[in-house]
Design a protein around this ligand. Structure first.
Ligand code: ATP
Ligand code: MG
Length: 506
């Protein structure tokens, strides 16, 4: 790609950017939220047309004016935001728009056979008849990969593929990537996780504010130097140092039993004023499910909740919100945001009652509020009137957080709060959590990133198979111990190491 320019109303997303991928190479593409990474890749894959610039494949100039044309040329993309149809089966999704046919009819059996072959080749164990909406986010991601591969891709773009995966699944993904590499597929790998880049990429290119900064061989550059290129300054610490003032117990949950995807069984846990409670465990262990129950979003068989020692009834999210809860969900596209509405509306969505007088919404107050949080989280958007689906992925995540922060919640549940958020903005969010805890807010943080759990929380509950398999003080534990408990072991002593490895800490 040479000299690519692209503007949107109010934003110059790409300014004369050049980029290349070799055959069989995994090329990292990095930059802050809103830097222009996804836009560049959407131009390569025919989603957007560049205002200026040229694209060449094997030296030949090509005109990629549609997604179909890109597919024809062997270019596929796995989007940052899931694009699957939740109410259709896995096979339907993989072959959407081009099902196997028997004469004029769809050959369903053949389609499922083809889908199974692709999944088997990739080493993915998913039934092709399952409804995609029933799959975990991680599994949906794998279906996305299968779908992209099914177009005989020569060039494959993975836009933050690992953001939703656990370490074990990431290793599986890397296995798939290396496989494709052997077949000569050139790949672009977008990620905010620096540790991963050095594992899977040879080279990485950096863009900042729509401008091309440089390409480096990752063997010849330290991660600090790369971060420096990304943010244009150096970052000393990943986690803000902080002494938290922890008070009395605020929230207690007892005797939680529920049957959802898996049976949940939680005897007791509590959170104290000003405390950050980490919730750790493998994807699928039931972390989100347990917290959804506490928030009243899913049915339970039994559950006793006390706030400040007083029993409260929580059968619906509204009751939870009335009791001071907030829940920033992990899947921003599906249940975190109203994608087709603007930043202002989304920010105020959980807060409308406070903005309403005599049945009318106070627009001016709403706009002020949206501006306030945009500044506080440094959300990159040309204005608060921008529609949320036009924002970059990381900036959408900031809107999810704004929505709940402005509700003055006392008990804030955040599910994978920094997924897809760049290194600089992560630090800002952590500082914000610290400020909130200063104000006595209780934060329950579900996270798959062990360094984040260890760096930010005071205590951590490790979830395994729908129950709490251990409670640890973060100061007195280690990644190894967390992983042991997450894998279902009881104690560290004398056990062989589980197969899962931790994300590296630096
Ligand atoms: N369809 C669109 N309409 C208006 N603005 C857009 C559109 N798509 C992207 N933008 C803007 O272009 C800029 C670049 O966005 P892009 O999605 O490429 O960022 P990114 O580098 O992928 O960020 P992230 O790491 O958060 O995913 C952002 O300011 C974004 O708001
Ligand atoms: Mg992006």
């Amino acid at each position: 790609m040479e000299g690519i320019c692209k503007s949107f109303p109010g934003v110059k997303a790409l300014d004369n950017v050049s980029f290349s991928v070799n055959k069989g190479e995994v090329h990292g593409l990095v930059g802050e939220n809103g830097a222009g990474k996804s836009t560049l890749m959407k131009i390569m894959t025919g989603v957007y047309r560049a205002d200026a610039g040229e694209i060449y494949i094997e030296g030949k100039k090509v005109n990629i004016d549609s997604v179909a044309k890109a597919h024809e040329l062997g270019i596929s993309i796995i989007f940052q935001e899931m694009t699957l149809c939740r109410h259709m089966t896995v096979a339907d999704n993989i072959f959407i728009g081009r099902p196997a046919k028997k004469g004029p009819l769809i050959d369903d059996r053949q389609m499922h056979r083809d889908a199974k072959k692709i999944l088997d080749d990739l080493g993915i164990d998913i039934n092709t008849y399952t409804m995609v909406g029933k799959l975990s986010v991680a599994k949906q991601q794998m279906v996305e990969i299968a779908k992209a591969i099914s177009y005989n891709a020569r060039i494959l773009v993975l836009d933050e593929p690992s953001a939703t995966l656990t370490e074990r699944e990431i290793q599986q993904l890397f296995g798939i990537i290396r496989n494709l590499q052997k077949k000569g597929v050139g790949m672009v790998y977008i990620s905010h996780r620096m540790e991963e880049l050095s594992q899977i990429c040879e080279r990485a290119s950096v863009i900042r504010d729509g401008q091309y900064i440089g390409t480096r061989n990752l063997k010849e550059i330290t991660m600090d130097q790369l971060v420096n290129m990304i943010v244009g300054r150096s970052l000393e610490d990943k986690y803000p140092k902080y002494e938290r003032k922890i008070g009395d117990v605020v929230l207690e949950v007892r005797n939680l039993k529920a049957f959802n995807r898996l049976p949940l069984n939680v005897d007791y846990f509590c959170v104290r004023k000003g405390e950050i409670l980490g919730i750790s465990g493998l994807v699928g262990a039931g972390r989100t499910e347990i917290m959804r129950c506490v928030f009243g979003a899913d049915k339970v068989q039994t559950m006793e909740v006390r706030i400040d020692g007083k029993p409260v009834k929580i059968h619906s999210p509204i009751q939870a919100i009335d009791n001071g809860f907030a829940y920033a969900t992990e899947d921003r596209k599906y249940d975190g945001l109203a994608q087709g509405l603007d930043v202002e509306y989304n920010t105020n969505m959980a807060h409308l009652r406070q903005l309403t007088k005599l049945g009318f919404i106070n627009d001016r107050e709403g706009a002020r509020n949206a501006e306030k949080y945009r500044e506080m989280l440094r959300t990159k958007t040309p204005s608060i009137r921008q529609l949320v689906y036009n924002l970059s992925g990381g900036n959408q995540q900031k809107i999810v957080l704004s929505k709940w922060l402005c509700n003055n919640a006392r008990i804030l549940i955040v599910d994978e709060p920094t997924r897809g958020i760049d290194v600089g903005a992560k630090f800002e969010i952590y500082q914000l959590f610290n400020r909130l805890s200063d104000h006595g807010v209780v934060i329950i943080m579900i996270s798959s990133e062990l360094p984040e759990i260890l760096g930010m929380s005071d205590r951590v509950l490790v979830i395994h198979d729908g129950s709490i398999n251990g409670e640890l003080e973060t100061k007195k534990t280690s990644q190894e111990e967390l992983l042991y408990l997450a894998a279902g072991y009881n104690k560290l002593e004398g056990k062989a190491a589980p197969v899962i490895s931790s994300r590296s800490v630096s």
